[in-house]
Design a protein around this ligand. Structure first.
Ligand code: PLP
Length: 395
C-alpha cells in the first residue's frame, strides 16, 4: 500500500489544476505585457486569477500580488512593514517562537538592521495568547506577524482576536496563512488582516506560485527590481500557467471545503485515537483547534528519523516536522517552543492527510506506526533506561 501522509509539506496537484496549467502553456503562452492578442489573452487569464484569488479571502483584486510562493510573500510582507516602521521611527516587531523559518530568518535579518523583535511564547496547547500579545505592544511597534496555522502541529491561532487588537492599537498585522488558505475559511476584512501570505502547492496547486495580500493604502516594498509587473511591486514576467493552475486549485478547494473538512476530521480523529493507544505517546498541540488534516505525535524512546525510514519501507510518506528542517539533527523549534524536552521532541511524527485517504489506508497507517514504534523501542537505549527505571517517563 502507498500512502502519502505529508500534505503539509506539499500536495499532489489536482487534475483540474494540471489541465489548466497545460492549457495555459499550450494556448496562453504570450507575455502578459505584450500588446498583441496572445499576450493580452495571457493578461486576461492573469487578471481573472487575481479576481478569483481575491474573492476567496474577501479582498479586492488590486490587493493581490502574485509571488513565487509563501517564502517570498513572507519576506515581502515583513520588509514592507519594516520600511514603513523605519520611516516612522517604529522599530519593534512582535511575532511568535514557532513561526516558519521564512518569517524567523527574515526577522533575524531585520534585527541586524536595528529592529527589536519580541517573540511571544507559544503555550503547551500550541497557541499564542491574545492578552500576551496586547501586553507586548509598544508605542514603537510597527508590525505583528503571527501565523494562521502552524505547519508542524497544525494549531490554528486566534487570528480574529489578534487582528482586532492590532487594529485597536493601529499596528500592522501580517499572517503567514500558507497552511490555512484552501483549508480554512478566511476573511481578511472580518479578521482585520493587513497582509497575508499563501502558497499554491499547499492546496493542490503547483509549486512556485503563491500570493501576498496587502490591504489597500499600505505602500508595498518590492524585493525584485525590474519591469512594472504586479503594479511595479514584483518585477519579472508573470508565471501565468502556475498562477492560473494555483487559482483553479484554490477555487476547487474552497468549493469542496465543507466536505473535505468533514472527511479530514474523521480521518484525523481516528488517527489520533489509534496512535494514542501506543503507550507513552502524546499528541502535540490542541486536539480541537488544529487543521482538520493534521495529527502530530511525540513517542518516548524513539528517534524520528528511523521512524520515518521504516514507515517509508512500508510505503508511507510522512514527516517528523517541517520539510524545510528535515535533514537537520536539531529537534523541531516548534516542539521546543511548546515545551517538549529535547529527547521527546526528537521522536516526533507529523501525519498530514488529505480528504481522499480511505478508511483502509487509515487503519494501515495506525497499524504500521504501532509496529514500527514497538520495533524501534526494542533496541533503543533510552527506552531500556526508561523501562529499567534509570530514567523517568515524561509522557
Ligand atoms: C507556514 C509556512 N510558511 C511558509 C512556507 C514556505 O512556502 P513556500 O514553500 O511556498 O515558499 C511554508 C512551507 O512549508 C509553510 O508551511
Amino acid at each position: 500500500m502507498k500512502i502519502y501522509a505529508d500534505n503539509a509539506a506539499t500536495t499532489k496537484m489536482s487534475p483540474a489544476a494540471v489541465q489548466v496549467m497545460i492549457r495555459c502553456m499550450e494556448e496562453d503562452y504570450g507575455n502578459p505585457s505584450s500588446l498583441y492578442t496572445i499576450g493580452q489573452k495571457a493578461k486576461e487569464t492573469l487578471e481573472l486569477a487575481r479576481e478569483d484569488v481575491a474573492a476567496v479571502i474577501n479582498a479586492s483584486p488590486r490587493e493581490i500580488y502574485f509571488t513565487s510562493g509563501g517564502s517570498e510573500a513572507d519576506n515581502q510582507a515583513l520588509l514592507t512593514a519594516a520600511q514603513i516602521g523605519k520611516k516612522k521611527g517604529k522599530m519593534h516587531i512582535i511575532s511568535s517562537a514557532f513561526e516558519h523559518h521564512a518569517i524567523l530568518h527574515t526577522l533575524q535579518r531585520l534585527e541586524k538592521d536595528g529592529f527589536e523583535v519580541t517573540l511571544l511564547d507559544v503555550h503547551e496547547d500550541g497557541l499564542v495568547r491574545p492578552e500576551e500579545l496586547e501586553a507586548a505592544i509598544r508605542e514603537d511597534t510597527c508590525l505583528v506577524t503571527i501565523m494562521y496555522a502552524n505547519n508542524e502541529i497544525g494549531t490554528i491561532q486566534p487570528i480574529a482576536e489578534i487582528g482586532a487588537i492590532c487594529r485597536a492599537h493601529q499596528v500592522l498585522f501580517h499572517t503567514d496563512a500558507v497552511q490555512a488558505v484552501g483549508h480554512l475559511p478566511i476573511d481578511v476584512e472580518a479578521e482585520n488582516i493587513d497582509m497575508l501570505s499563501a502558497s499554491g502547492h499547499k492546496f493542490h496547486g503547483p509549486k512556485g506560485a503563491g500570493f501576498l495580500y496587502v490591504k489597500k493604502g499600505i505602500p508595498v516594498t518590492n524585493l525584485i527590481e525590474g519591469g512594472a509587473q504586479e503594479r511595479g511591486k514584483r518585477a519579472g514576467t508573470e508565471n501565468v500557467p502556475a498562477i492560473a493552475a494555483m487559482t483553479e486549485a484554490l477555487k476547487e478547494a474552497v468549493a469542496n471545503l465543507e466536505a473535505n473538512t468533514k472527511r479530514q476530521l474523521e480521518i484525523r480523529n481516528r488517527l489520533i485515537e489509534g496512535i494514542l493507544e501506543i503507550p507513552h505517546t502524546a499528541l502535540n498541540g490542541d486536539a480541537v483547534k488544529r487543521l482538520p488534516g493534521n495529527a502530530n505525535f511525540c513517542f518516548e524512546g524513539i528517534e524520528g528519523e528511523s521512524l520515518l525510514l521504516l514507515l517509508d519501507d512500508k510505503g508511507i510518506s510522512a514527516s517528523s516536522g517541517s520539510a524545510c528542517t528535515s535533514g537537520s539533527l536539531d529537534p523541531s523549534h516548534v516542539l521546543l517552543a511548546i515545551g517538549r524536552v529535547h529527547d521527546v521532541a526528537h521522536g516526533s511524527l507529523r501525519l498530514s492527510m488529505d480528504a481522499a485517504t480511505t478508511d483502509e489506508e487509515v487503519e494501515y497507517l495506525i497499524q504500521s506506526v504501532k509496529e514500527v514504534v514497538e520495533y524501534l523501542r526494542g533496541f533503543s537505549p533510552i527506552w531500556r533506561d526508561l523501562m529499567n527505571g534509570k530514567k523517568e517517563f515524561i509522557l
